[in-house]
Design a protein around this ligand. Structure first.
Ligand code: GBH
Length: 462
């Protein structure tokens, strides 16, 4: 893929977190609908039934995107809205919804970027087949993906197969705090393995489809690990941490296998890719897609099984509502690390943002200078990575609007736009206005960081 010559500034969301209409419109249940209904697994208010009611208000939301001057919008498709039981019967009302959304975006001049799987697996596939632990899931995912390529691929040029497989496994199978709520390392590595195989097959299906003119990737997430001390042991531990985090799913989609250090450390816990799997996975991304929120510390610890490091949190940093340390310089380091390891691919930041305890005034307006500062500092860190050679082509803020933060419920607000969950009224926050202005002024161009594009050659503003 050739890098587009226009930088895309966007915002991101996901289906379960904003759509609502969880039990209407012919949609089938997902593992997240089930998880939210299991007593004690989530915050009491965690419920996907209504959330932001985006299914019924998408036109208003697209108009708000225009007010924010967005070039692009990243959203996800709910697999069980399209295929209520995950396979077989197609719910045309669900497919029509995404078709209309893409049309509305195109009419508004906003580039759609589609994620096929942002964690909301059709319940039937979990109950009947055991979910991602079943080796037949990858083919079912590729079949579903093909339905979406066929229906939307004439207008959608940016595709992301899976959002953050690291989170699917860490939350869903290691910690058990996300659906399907399992706590078992071997089962987690197996689920992660089938997620990788699903990505490989879905990319092959894309490249074989009639609508294959766009670019496809997988959204990685990673903290950056700084060594806990400047000892050589901790420096090596931090590098192992990077392989364990970013490399776990980054290496397969670029090299076709897990990092050799992980294979050595985890042995039989990591399943083997067949030659066919490896062939499909190698170079299976046209661009790198990375979601970043925070950085952590790694300390050498031989008593920790596997990769022999201990994760620690920064103690000297301000923290967000989700209790993550704010470390913009780790963002720069992460982008550079990915660029070096994965051959200088074009890169998109597909999520970055902050949850804060917003306070709305009587008119619903939120003045959120800390969100502006977070974004400004992370934009600068990304720009500095570009100065170090990273070919960054776009940046999506998480999130367009306040939404359902998974098991944490509605209290963690990430939006550029406030959503009042009683009235469903949307109000652009100060950060949203700041972002609209940032985009209007050409991003970095007029903000003291130099121009991304040579403005004289491009004939003025972007
Ligand atoms: C993303 O997950 C999701 O894609 C999105 O749906 C979600 O709403 C958004 O972020 C905000 O959470 O947790 O102490 O190990 C990102 C989740 C955040 C997981 C940072 C790893 C590292 C610190 N990641 N986290 S910790």
């Amino acid at each position: 893929m050739t890098a587009p010559n226009t930088f895309l500034w966007g915002a991101a969301t996901s289906a379960f977190q904003i759509e609502g209409a969880a039990h209407t419109g012919g949609k089938g249940p997902s593992i997240w609908d089930d998880f939210c209904r299991s007593p004690g697994r989530t915050a009491p208010d965690a419920d996907g039934a209504i959330t932001c009611d985006h299914v019924n208000r998408y036109r208003e939301d697209v108009a708000l995107m225009q007010e924010l001057n967005l070039d692009a919008y990243r959203f996800s498709i709910s697999w069980p809205r399209v295929l209520p039981t995950g396979r077989g019967y197609v719910n045309s009302e669900g497919l029509d919804f995404y078709d209309k959304l893409v049309d509305a975006l195109c009419d508004a001049g906003i580039v759609p970027c589609v994620t096929l799987y942002h964690w909301d697996l059709p319940s039937a596939l979990q109950i009947e087949l055991g979910g991602w632990e079943n080796e037949s899931l990858p083919q079912l995912f590729a079949d579903y993906a093909t339905i979406m390529y066929d229906r939307l691929g004439d207008r959608v040029r940016y595709w992301i197969t899976l959002n953050e497989p690291w989170c699917s496994v860490d939350g869903g199978y290691f910690a058990g705090v996300h659906a399907p709520g399992i706590r078992d390392r071997a089962r987690g590595y197996l689920a992660g393995h089938n997620l990788m195989r699903a990505h490989g097959m879905a990319v092959a299906a894309y490249r074989a489809s009639r609508n294959n003119q766009g670019a496809i990737s997988l959204a990685l997430n990673s903290s950056y690990y700084f060594p806990a001390t400047d000892s050589r042991e901790d420096e090596a531990a931090a590098e192992r941490g990077m392989l364990d985090f970013a490399g776990w799913f980054g290496d397969p989609i670029y090299f076709g296998d897990y990092p050799p250090e992980m294979r050595e450390a985890y042995g039989d816990l990591l399943p083997a890719f067949s030659d066919e799997d490896a062939r499909l996975l190698q170079k299976s991304i046209d661009f790198l897609s990375i979601n970043y929120y925070t950085s952590e510390l790694a300390r050498h610890d031989a008593s920790v099984g596997g990769m022999r490091y201990r994760r620690e949190q920064f103690t000297d940093r301000p923290r967000t509502s989700t209790n993550w340390a704010i470390v913009p310089e780790g963002f720069r380091e992460l982008l550079v690390w990915l660029d070096r390891r994965y051959g200088g691919l074009p890169m998109y930041v597909t999520e970055n943002g902050i949850a804060l305890p917003d306070h709305a005034d009587d008119a619903g307006y939120v003045d959120d200078p800390d969100r502006v500062a977070y974004l400004r500092d992370h934009f600068a860190a990304a720009r500095s990575a570009m100065d170090a050679g990273v070919n960054l082509c776009g940046y999506f803020v998480w999130s367009l609007l306040d939404n359902l933060e998974w098991a944490e419920g509605f209290s963690k607000r990430f939006g550029l736009i406030r959503c009042d969950f009683e009235t469903l009224t949307r109000t652009i926050k100060a950060s949203g206005r700041w972002y609209a202005d940032w985009i209007a002024r050409g991003g970095w161009a007029d903000n003291g960081h130099g121009a991304v594009l040579d403005s004289s050659a491009a004939g003025g503003e972007r």
